[in-house]
Design a protein. Sequence first.
Length: 183
Amino acid sequence: MPPEETSEAHDAPRNNPFTAADVAAILLEHGWRAEECSEAQQAWCERAAAMLGRHPAERAGLAELLGLIFHYDARELLSQVENHAVLAHYGAREVIRELALLLLDGQSLDSDRLKTVITALKEGLQLRGRDLFYPLRLALAGRIGDGELDRVILLLDSGAAAGFAGTIKRASERILEFCAALD
């Protein structure tokens, strides 16, 4: 998913100060992984560091993004006023409804699949920008915001498959939980 339009100050690429070891250490500190990482978990940590590492300025920011992957509670999300403001915007509930239909086909959500879903939503709903991405990010990442949340979303299904000690809900599980909490 392309990130929202940003100012030129954000266009310059930042160096990635974080490694897979940093991600693995954060996961261990929060009880999201066991002492020993499997090969699949180590590969996921490398991917998470590469995808998320350039976005936060500090380790606490990286831990916060990783927390979005391991902690998801739709009822808690819907208890927050700012999230209801997103859902009150034109087309937001239609985005959620169509997103659910697209994600419940059993396919794993990777970059190509997410691009296909976004294209289908854009074409079917004629929505762009925040009207499309904020409800999507809220429902899947658990927070509204910009492109770093798209990377969180892309780590969900692969993280769930890696078998961490902390449970990661797949994108399809999250959208089901979100829709159920809306009722």
